[in-house]
Design a protein around this ligand. Structure first.
Ligand code: AHR
Length: 485
């Protein structure tokens, strides 16, 4: 054996010994740079709407039911840790402005508009409303109600309104009742004379006709219309079947971009769903579309039920889609939740810190798990004194988004809670929704870290959430300052 080989073997064995000793001490070796992420991008929420604005940031909304909350994020994968702000809520004592569903923010004609459905507490009174904010930054200024977006001649139940801007014309597309009874939800389109006023009668372009659209009914459902324009065609991807059932899925209408979109004969419907439950993802629906940060990839965001039969208990996922050679979108199947997917093109790498490499105390210990990153997870964080401490090393001080991959299968569908502290400073508690055993999700926290080593501790408080890893998402300098809440 030559001297060189023996010294190399010695160096390798010393390195292995050091790493083992380091891990044995429970200290966290430096995180691993990764270019993938695990769904979910928001652990709670439905009807995800997202746009990428000219400032390069993502602006998103989900149904809260009680207000209009705006989310701003530099990434798709860290959406759940974005800045948030309630930009409108009904005045105290206001009898309208209840059951606020599926809000969308659009930047039209140099101003911000939010569209949302609301009622007076009775679903039959659901109508679409438009709010306007002239501020260049939608987190500044105020959103003011511009009025009800409706066809005065036929003022009927309406939800899930979206605006299509095409060839210098605005169209409003929504889900509505033909009459005054809740027997069926159809899709309607109408021209707009400005971002809050219809300029002509509504035209029905789809009603549930196939069995897969009628499941869970009556009422049978076409709703959540979302427009995609590509290669000379307009695609309306909509949700079908009862949103309260596991049958919820996506269908699609197609028309030529140069046809009369206000003529029902211009639209052709796919006979089968274009996106449906699979790979343990249940009831995918009410989608929206956006490009990756570098603009090269189309992505779809959608909500899904958190577990079989969960009804409106929903969360938000994201995955890329592609365009076929024929110019038609190919959505494929929902990405399997137990596998990571490549980050959207142009997003910065994450730093992944495995829970099993954190400093564990009390009953917390790691076990093998095939669906966990690094094939191990930490369990039994369910007694007083049980904790994990991640040692996060960062070069630059500032605010970071941490995505904590976790699963809460506590009995009786109970929420799990852990105390979070950063460098000994107690922050807000971390709340883990209960999706059932081995149903991974993510919780997102914004961490203010100092340059160098930071100790982020999660300590048992209520019930038991198992942890897989913590992905640290760096933010551009402009976002580093701790934002207004
Ligand atoms: O989330 C509330 C409603 O649920 C949405 O408006 C609709 O798309 C779905 O039925």
């Amino acid at each position: 054996m030559t001297r060189t080989t023996s010294s190399r073997r010695l160096i390798v064995s010393l390195a292995l010994f050091t790493a083992a000793w380091h891990t044995a001490l429970g200290a966290e070796p430096a995180g691993k740079e990764v270019h993938d992420f695990y769904n979910v991008i928001a652990p709670e929420g439905a009807d995800p709407w997202i746009i990428r604005h000219s400032d390069g940031r993502y602006y998103a909304m989900v149904t809260t039911g009680v207000n209009l909350t705006l989310i701003r994020s530099d990434t798709i994968s860290g959406l759940g840790g974005g800045e948030t702000k309630v930009v409108w809520e009904p005045a105290r004592g206001d009898t309208e402005g209840k059951n606020i569903w599926a809000p969308e923010i659009h930047f039209l004609e140099g101003k911000w508009y939010i569209y949302a459905a609301a009622d007076n507490g009775k679903n039959a009174r659901h109508r679409m409303f438009a709010f306007e904010n002239p501020s260049a930054d939608p987190f500044e200024g105020r959103f003011v109600l511009k009025g009800k977006v409706h066809d005065p001649a036929v003022d009927r139940w309406a939800i899930d309104g979206t605006v299509l801007s095409l060839n210098k014309r605005l169209y409003f597309i929504w889900s509505g009742w033909e009459g005054t009874r809740d027997v069926r939800q159809d899709l309607y389109i109408a021209p707009m004379s400005n971002p809050w006023t219809l300029a002509g009668p509504r035209v029905k372009i789809s009603e549930p006709t196939f069995d897969w659209e009628k499941r869970g009914g009556p009422p049978s459902i076409n709703e959540g219309p979302q427009a995609l324009v590509h290669d000379g065609r307009v695609f309306i991807v909509y949700s079908a079947a009862g949103s309260w059932t596991d049958h919820y899925c996506l269908g699609m209408l197609t028309a030529s971009e140069h046809s009369n979109l206000l003529d029902p004969r211009s639209w052709r419907k796919n006979s089968e769903p274009v996106f449906a439950g699979a790979n343990r993802v249940i009831a995918p629906g009410h989608c929206s579309f956006v490009s990756s940060p570098d603009g090269t990839q189309p992505w779809i965001l959608y909500h899904s039920a958190r577990y079989p039969g969960a009804g409106w208990t929903r969360l938000v996922r994201a995955q890329p889609f592609s365009w076929g050679n024929d110019g038609v979108p190919i959505f494929g199947e929902p990405a399997p939740p137990d596998r990571s997917i490549a980050l959207p093109s142009g997003e910065p790498a994450h730093m992944r810190f495995e829970a099993e490499n954190a400093i564990l105390t009390g009953s917390a210990h790691s076990v093998e798990c095939q669906s966990a990153s690094g094939d191990r997870k930490v369990v039994s964080i369910d007694t007083p004194g049980a904790s994990l401490t991640f040692e996060l090393k960062v070069e630059t001080a500032g605010t970071y988004v941490a995505s904590i991959r976790s699963a809460n299968g506590s009995p009786r569908e109970a929420v799990a809670v852990q105390h979070l502290s950063t460098n000994g400073q107690r922050a807000a508690d971390v709340r883990y929704e209960n999706n059932g055993r081995d149903r991974w999700s993510n919780v997102f926290v914004r961490l203010d870290l100092t340059a160098g080593l930071n100790r982020v501790q999660l300590t048992h408080s209520e019930n038991s959430a198992e942890l897989d890893c913590l992905d640290l998402i760096s933010l551009p300098t402009r976002s580093r300052a701790t934002p207004a809440r």
